[in-house]
Design a protein around this ligand. Structure first.
Ligand SMILES: Cc1ncc(COP(=O)(O)O)c(C=O)c1O
Length: 413
């Protein structure tokens, strides 16, 4: 049997929609400068789907730093993996500035968030150890856990009672194997916008011996008094043993980092396969990240603007009766009842007739019969953008209630 035969029969949960979705619902092209209004298929749309929380992507100082970094160093430098020939003073400076900012003794840069998380988990546990993790964790956590050769225990999302049960099971096991326990959660969950219950989780450390790894991709820059993330927001940064964030959200770039105590970060530097066996972050990205971090630290008005937009959007939508679940962060999910065909029609209508571009999430990410529209506010949006969006959502909800979307055809490409 040809290995590829099964691909024709089963294109996967997302791939099975590609024949009508590609280029419109999936792989859309947003063109022009990164700002709230961008061009989609030749028309201007108000965009709510870019994780450019603080609006740094197109900040003039950031753009200049990116240009200067590329002009001075090119994209090739440094050559090789950090451990071999790819280290630089600027890489170390960025690590040290990040460590100061998140109040951890040491930080290690990572080339990508996804690979970084997978590889941190792989490096930090062995077959004697147990992992306990939140069921709604990002794919990078799930995939890191999949590499684990020991036992894993999953708890329902943010269910601390159940977490405790899993910790009891993990403890029984590790008492036998002589291993330790790693608990993994997100700081801000990227789909629901819920914060991980870091305070409650950390309180359990008194009873169960474990280490806590927090993926704060959506919390870094958006949460906490200084923007240092969800640990700062909840006053428990010290209780986080490994703090991770990507540069792909608030920092509007590529790359990531992990912070923790010196011996552990040193261990990761010498044992993380995704870093040891991969080329170092190019210099322009490091120069650009230094500038982004400087602005994130010194311009609190960016986070203030973000939260003004977040509050207006979330309060406005709730006042109109929309169900935003239990978000506690800028991530703004809007839950509607409907089928995948409704979801495509809604997205099409919002984009074509109201000029609103947001992402849709359908089964299997949310239960069957539920549609989630996901809005990501940024510091660059205005209150007028918010009003326009709420009016469009009201009109859309009325059509959905009347069953008008189900009667239309899925738009052909
Ligand atoms: C929670 C979370 N962790 C990790 C990642 C992966 O980061 P990166 O895009 O840098 O690979 C993402 C998405 O970007 C994310 O949302």
């Amino acid at each position: 049997m040809d290995l590829f035969n099964k691909i024709a029969a089963n294109r996967g949960p997302l791939g099975s929609h590609s024949h009508y979705a590609h280029g419109y619902f999936t792989f859309p092209k947003l063109e022009g400068e990164i700002k709230p209004r961008m061009i989609f298929r030749g028309k201007e749309v108000l965009t709510w789907s870019l994780n450019n929380y603080l609006g740094l992507a197109n900040h003039p100082e950031v753009r200049q730093a990116d240009v200067d970094g590329a002009a001075q160093y090119g994209m090739a430098l440094p050559m090789g993996a950090r451990i071999m020939s790819g280290n630089s003073n600027l890489h170390e400076q960025l690590e040290s500035e990040l460590a100061d900012f998140i109040k951890k003794p040491d930080v290690m840069l990572l080339n990508f968030g996804y690979q970084g998380v997978v590889s941190i988990i792989d490096a930090i546990v062995n077959r004697h150890d147990a992992i306990v993790y939140d069921a709604e964790s990002h794919a990078c956590i799930i995939d890191g856990v999949r590499l684990h050769q020991g036992k894993r225990f999953v708890y329902p999302h943010n269910n601390i009672e159940n977490l405790e049960k899993q910790l009891e099971r993990a403890k029984r096991l590790t008492d036998e194997t002589g291993g330790g326990i790693l608990v993994i959660t997100e700081g801000v969950f990227g789909m629901s916008g819920n914060m991980g219950k870091l305070q409650e989780i950390i309180a359990l450390k008194e009873k169960y011996e474990f280490r806590l790894f927090v993926d704060d991709a959506h919390g870094f820059g958006t949460m906490g008094a200084t923007g240092a993330g969800t640990g700062e927001e909840q006053g428990v940064q010290d209780g986080i043993d490994l703090y991770f964030s990507t540069f792909a959200k608030s920092m509007a770039s590529i790359g990531a980092f992990v912070g923790g105590e010196e011996t552990v970060i040193e261990y990761l530097r010498y044992n993380m396969r995704s870093q040891i066996f991969a080329k170092s972050l190019p210099m322009p990205l490091v120069v650009g990240a230094l500038k982004r971090l400087e602005l994130l630290r010194t311009k609190p008005e960016l986070k203030d603007n973000l939260w003004t937009v977040v509050r207006a959007l979330q309060t406005g939508l709730r006042e109109k009766g929309f169900n935003l679940g239990t978000t506690q962060s800028p991530v703004t999910p809007v839950f509607l009842n409907g089928e995948i065909s409704d979801a495509t029609q809604i997205t099409f209508d919002l984009r074509e007739n109201y000029g609103i571009f947001c992402s849709i999430v359908v089964y299997p990410v949310v239960p069957k019969g539920v549609i989630m529209l996901r809005l990501i506010p940024t510091a660059m949006h205005t209150l007028a953008d918010v009003d326009e969006t709420i009016r469009a959502f009201e009109a859309m909800a009325e059509k959905l209630d009347k069953g008008l979307y189900s009667k239309s055809q899925v738009p052909a490409e």
